[in-house]
Design a protein around this ligand. Structure first.
Ligand code: 4NP
Length: 153
């Protein structure tokens, strides 16, 4: 028989520098704290920011919450990911559509876990740091709900 394997979750946004690094970092922190057998990673559908660290405001809002995402490096999602990961989590509807167009079948939307299917707003044009705090709170709520649910998947 086969051993029970850990669940593998990939968080996906557009640039992999603002939203999915937060989802990744929050999930990793929760996994570590609760000693869960879950692997988490993040990626972007776009290629503009490959190799970059997360954006300053995401690093800052995460640190305010005791989560260090500063060591993350942006990468682009690839078709291998759809085999490797059990759950591909889209942060908004564009990410969901792009993933489906790439042939991803095991994708779901983060906002479906506690935010009635809402999209996580794209922070690229945010002016105010308060908006990052709101995004953090939304992502945190949904990531924890998703992880607790993923034990049943
Ligand atoms: P993210 O935010 O998808 O949350 O990482 C964005 C970052 C960069 C761009 C768009 C969204 N961009 O167009 O470069």
């Amino acid at each position: 028989y086969r051993c029970k394997m850990s669940v593998k979750i990939l968080m996906v946004c557009l640039g992999n520098i603002c939203r999915s690094p937060l989802a990744h970092g929050i999930a990793q922190e929760y996994i570590n704290k609760n000693k869960l057998d879950i692997l988490v990673d993040s990626a972007g559908t776009g290629s503009w920011h490959i190799g970059e660290a997360p954006c300053e405001n995401s690093i800052k809002v995460a640190l305010l919450n005791g989560v260090d995402i500063s060591k993350q490096k942006a990468r682009q999602v690839k078709k291998d990911d759809f085999q490797k990961f059990d759950l591909i989590v889209a942060l908004d509807d564009n990410n969901l559509k792009d993933l489906k167009n790439l042939g991803c079948k095991n994708t779901l939307k983060l906002g479906d876990f506690g935010y009635e299917g809402a999209c996580v707003p794209d922070p690229y044009y945010f002016r105010d740091f308060e908006e990052f705090k709101n995004v953090y709170s939304m992502i945190e709520t949904c990531v924890i709900a998703l992880i607790n649910k993923s034990k049943e998947f």
